[in-house]
Write a protein that binds this ligand. Structure first.
Ligand SMILES: O=P(O)(O)OC[C@H]1O[C@H](O)[C@H](O)[C@@H](O)[C@@H]1O
Length: 771
């Protein structure tokens, strides 16, 4: 038998629980009018009503006795003193130091850590202020308006929860987003409508080795680099790191000036008030962040100094033990009646379940009692219309924490009255239920009556505060941190390690290797082998699917550049061009027929066609000016027997010349081709026909303009037109393609010559890109 089961208080509680199992909360209330007043405790602006629990004074006495027998107070003091309470990692667990006032002293290995904490906070304040004031500029000189936190687990859930909870206090001019999942969709959606030059990435990772976070951080860097034209210096303006691992941060390319550190004595799930809270501080400002920390600290002080009998985290923690170990409760619901706390249950899941989901004691012995329950929840009143049924009439006992505030941050009409009325009514219904007698008295038919009975006797807490402020949130989070600690102390488990996440991580590396080496023999169990085989097949299918936007890196692409005088074709990985003359009679069938002999032996899996006219949604929108008819609606896919992408010819050359940022492409040929690319998105343009002087742009800078006005005047017109377009469109640079560029003796500012081969490069790129 374990030491815990052998404790006097445990024995007493076991006997007592059998007595109480027979008692209904209705009777407990009836017999004890002072119950509601007695079972109430306040701390750090929070009030806990715990009268609706299946307890009596005797229960509480025994629970406190158990806590004392288990050394809760001594364990708590050891944690606050910086002792290495995280025994399996030989570390202190000093999240309380993160919110300790500067004058206090807390030592780890003889060194006072409080000054370091405040030094980092000071740097965070300076940086957050620079972002908020708009004095921190991105690579193009624009202020930062978007903050994207990249992190997972403790480096994500706390920051997301805090941002959502404190949105009311946040600077609404900043877009704050969070990317955590290694599923690229998470990143793609988060940055979908953001401009890279205005976006700051906060790479949050204690270890700076987490697969998901590092994968996303690299993709974020690629995304920025594309826009910054590969300028590595841009990283310094757009990336900061929050980590304990200086070496890995530097290797990633983020300098130590851009790193906000924390320490190995801060567990990931206890880190939202360390530098991991930088996104929170930027969103709500340093002053509100200081209030958040103050809220944490007041609850810490309460937990540290209040006697167990008046100690809010201790009471809630012990109630959890009571139901988990003496009533067989397997889950704990947390139900915030506050929309801003919608991510609070998700945050709590990591805090509670990663901490107390343990099956051996600190000494490594198998436990013979239940430890951490499953935490879950949703904001009220939504849950009432989905899962509350099971809490009310199901067969399981589910203790509930209701969280509510006296004032709404968005008061309007009766909304808040209705919200709070629902919360209070749910607690009442759960506790008191409705007897068969009451149901009958309502005149319900006997056959229906059993369905309408509510047993009641279902326990819940009300956690109440005046208003959701940063201070209240800090205190609430600290409350649950200490609930977790209290329970871990009773169960004699280490709440600060998380070895349980390791095995999956290791195996994922092996599996990804098996997936990406498709011919490697599989030697997992048969079910795992089957799953990998299934995915290998799905992956092949995705690559082969006709019209799929991505072809395999090894696939060959045929690019055809259709022009007014020639049609040129090239195969990827082969520098030889196939060329035919075009004519006013050239139809698509004719073009393919004439190209065939020149392309003999060429094998390809996909085709790109640059077409001299408008292409809308990858379809030809108008017959060409200088070629034959039949191009609109022609089925190229059928003719080539493989997927075909169509794009405007200038856009194709533009794409091949693109090096990131905002690029204007002008093709100086027979006419004036034009395309604009912003952050990788190609927008073909029809600038040629805009009015200019006595005609259009094309009349002056196209081939006719060159012929009629002569080189000198034509060149002046080219400069003037480019100047006008630069003023209107503000590109970062202009690329000039087309056969007539060679007639320019010099180039306007910020303009460079494109290479005609870039048309092919653009065609190949079409198949490399997902968008
Ligand atoms: O902050 P990081 O080092 O990137 O860790 C992020 C998360 O991943 C790990 O697997 C742990 O389970 C979590 O406790 C941690 O919060």
């Amino acid at each position: 038998m374990s030491a815990l089961r052998d404790k006097v208080a445990w024995h007493n509680l076991q006997a007592h629980s059998q007595e109480l199992a027979r008692q209904h909360l209705r009777d407990l209330f009836a017999a004890d009018p002072g119950r509601a007043d007695r079972y109430r405790v306040e701390a750090a602006g929070w009030r806990l009503d715990y009268a609706r629990h299946r307890i009596t004074d005797q229960t509480l006495e025994q629970l406190f006795a158990l806590a004392r027998e288990c050394g809760l107070e001594a364990r708590r003091d050891a944690m606050f003193a910086g002792e290495k309470v995280n025994t399996t990692e030989q570390r202190a667990a000093l999240h309380i130091a993160l919110r300790t006032p500067a004058r206090r002293v807390i030592k780890v290995d003889g060194v006072n850590v409080v000054p370091e904490v405040h030094a980092v906070l000071k740097r965070m304040r300076e940086f957050a202020t620079a972002i908020r004031e708009g004095s921190w500029l991105g690579f193009s000189g624009r202020p930062i308006r978007n903050i994207v936190n990249i992190g997972i687990g403790g480096s994500d859930l706390g920051p997301v929860m805090a941002y959502e909870a404190l949105r009311q206090y946040s600077d609404r001019n900043l877009a704050v987003r969070f990317v955590s999942n290694v599923d690229y969709t998470d990143f793609a959606e988060a940055v979908h409508d953001l401009r890279p030059e205005e976006t700051l990435f906060i790479v949050a990772s204690k270890t700076f080795t987490t697969l998901e976070t590092m994968t996303n951080a690299h993709s974020a860097r690629d995304w920025l680099m594309k826009a910054a034209g590969g300028d590595k210096a841009a990283v310094a303006k757009h990336f900061v790191a929050l980590s304990t691992n200086e070496r890995a941060v530097t290797e990633f390319g983020i300098s130590t000036e851009q790193m906000y550190g924390f320490w190995d004595w801060v567990g990931g799930r206890y880190s939202m008030d360390s530098s991991i809270g930088l996104s929170t501080m930027i969103a709500i400002g340093p002053e509100a962040f200081a209030e958040l920390l103050a809220g944490f600290h007041v609850m810490d002080e309460h937990f540290r100094s209040a006697p167990l009998e008046r100690n809010l985290p201790a009471i809630m923690g012990l109630l959890g033990v009571w139901y988990t170990d003496f009533f067989g409760a397997e889950t704990q619901a947390v139900l915030p009646y506050e929309q801003y706390l919608k991510r609070f249950p998700a945050y709590l899941q990591q805090l509670t379940m990663e901490s107390n989901g343990k099956h051996v004691t600190i000494a490594g012995e198998q436990v013979d009692y239940a430890t951490g329950p499953v935490y879950w929840g949703e904001p009220g009143t939504n849950g009432q219309h989905s899962f509350y049924q099971l809490i009310h009439q199901g067969t399981r006992l589910i203790p509930c924490d209701f969280v509510g505030f006296g004032q709404s941050l968005n008061p309007y009409g009766r909304h808040h009255d209705l919200l709070l009325a629902n919360m209070i009514a749910q607690a009442e219904a759960l506790a008191m239920g409705k007897t068969l007698q009451q149901v009958r008295a309502e005149g319900i038919d006997a056959s229906l009556a059993p369905h309408r009975v509510f047993e009641g006797n279902r326990p819940s807490s009300l956690l109440l505060a005046d208003r959701l402020t940063p201070h209240a949130l800090g205190a609430l989070v600290a409350l649950y941190e200490h609930i977790v600690f209290t329970q871990a102390a009773i169960w004699d488990i280490n709440p600060f390690d998380q070895w349980g996440v390791e095995l999956g991580k290791q195996l994922a590396l092996r599996v990804v290797d098996d997936i990406e080496s498709p011919r490697k023999p599989l030697n997992h169990d048969s079910a795992t082998n089957a799953a990998i085989a299934w995915y290998r097949k799905a992956r092949r299918k995705a690559e082969q699917t006709a019209g799929a936007p991505v072809v395999h890196a090894q696939s060959r692409v045929l690019v055809i550049d259709v022009g007014g005088s020639h049609v040129k074709a090239m195969l990827s990985g082969n520098k030889r061009e196939a060329v035919i003359k075009s004519s006013r009679k050239l139809t698509p069938e004719e073009m393919i027929k004439q190209l065939r002999p020149a392309m003999r032996g060429w094998k390809y899996d996909a085709v790109s066609i640059g077409y001299p006219g408008p292409v809308v949604h990858e379809r030809i929108a108008r017959e060409p000016y200088n070629l034959g008819k039949g191009w609109v609606g022609f089925d190229f896919g059928k003719a080539f027997g493989c997927p075909v992408k169509l794009i405007n010819d200038a856009a194709m050359q533009a794409l091949g010349s693109y090096e990131g940022g905002r690029m204007l492409f002008l093709g100086l040929g027979t006419g004036l081709g034009s395309a604009f690319i912003v952050d990788g998105i190609v927008e073909p343009m029809e600038l040629a026909h805009l009015p200019y002087r006595k005609g259009t742009f094309e009349d002056y800078v196209g081939a006719r303009g060159l012929k009629e006005a002569g080189k000198k005047k034509w060149q002046a017109h080219v400069f003037d037109v480019i100047g006008q377009l630069q003023a209107a469109l503000e590109p970062d640079y202009v690329v000039l393609g087309g056969g007539n560029v060679r007639h320019l003796d010099e180039l306007p500012d910020n303009a460079r010559r494109g290479d005609n081969l870039n048309a092919f490069a653009g065609g190949f790129r079409l198949w490399e890109r997902r968008s």
